[in-house]
Write a protein that binds this ligand. Structure first.
Ligand code: BEZ
Length: 258
């Protein structure tokens, strides 16, 4: 869905698969929480290039992957031609038949109108169906966002409007779910420091892949300069023994449609 979303939803899927595989590798834990059963119908919301969709299919469940990025869906279809994938938006997708479960990994922090995504998820579920999700929670990549904001403010650019992410607390997100007729039966917020690949270049590459909206509109030279300032700022806390660690904090939720 917005797995590696930019403002124009135009993604380099090869870079995503080659260098950012941690996005779905960490998501494998979430599959245990989903616990898919043979014959169940499951929607993978924000399926990216389809790796977790395929894992769900391997359990014998009927799975449908959707993502708002056409390049992701194209790649997912190429990777797993036996699975159904379609381009659709988390805030207004429509389904033909309600599902037993909606699964979503590392996507919903890209969807700022969270209430609209929850409404879409609700209409996609059977009564008693489950919504199992993980995404960035309160405080996610706080150090990186602060460093980007400071570097931009130093050149008189306000970062607030450029920030594409929504990182709710458990209380906030559970309240939104309850307001739309879900029972929240499990929730957790936890720190998951995430090593970035590519050694010293890891932070710059992460910023270019995931945080490009902060740099949009700047000429390339100035982008390089901002990234350099961010690296200097973060090095004492997030760079150890040749590896950058992103300060991820995840929220995990299981909710049942009443
Ligand atoms: C995340 O998975 O928390 C995340 C990924 C890319 C950008 C921001 C957050």
């Amino acid at each position: 869905m917005n797995k590696i979303s930019t403002l124009n939803n135009n993604w380099d899927t090869s870079l995503y698969e080659d260098k950012h595989a941690f996005v779905w590798q960490y998501g494998e834990d979430l599959l245990q929480l989903l616990n898919p059963q043979p014959g169940e119908s499951i929607l993978d919301l924000g399926c990216g290039t389809g790796q977790l969709t395929d894992k769900i299919a391997q359990t014998g469940a009927q799975v449908w992957g959707i993502d708002s990025a056409p390049a992701m869906i194209e790649k997912a279809k190429e990777n797993y031609p036996h699975i159904r994938f379609d381009v659709a938006d988390a805030t207004n997708f429509k389904i033909e038949q309600p599902f037993d479960a909606v699964f979503s990994n590392a996507v919903l922090h890209w969807v700022k109108p969270a209430d609209r995504a929850i409404a879409s998820i609700r209409q996609a579920l059977k009564p008693g169906g489950r919504f199992v999700a993980e995404f960035g929670g309160k405080g996610n990549i706080q150090a990186i966002v602060t460093a980007l904001s400071n570097a931009l403010e130093a050149i008189n650019i306000s970062a607030q409007a450029l920030n594409p992410w929504y990182y709710p607390s458990i209380g906030e997100y559970a309240t939104l779910l309850e307001q739309q007729g879900f029972d929240v039966i499990y929730s957790i917020l936890f720190a998951r420091p995430t090593p970035l690949t590519q050694g010293e270049a890891g932070m710059a590459n992460w910023i270019r892949m995931f945080a490009s909206s902060f740099l949009a509109g700047l000429p390339n030279e100035q982008q390089i300069q901002v990234i350099r300032v961010v690296e200097e700022y973060l090095k004492p806390t997030l760079y150890q023994q040749g590896t950058w660690q992103a300060d991820y904090r995840r929220i995990r939720i299981v909710a049942i449609k009443i």
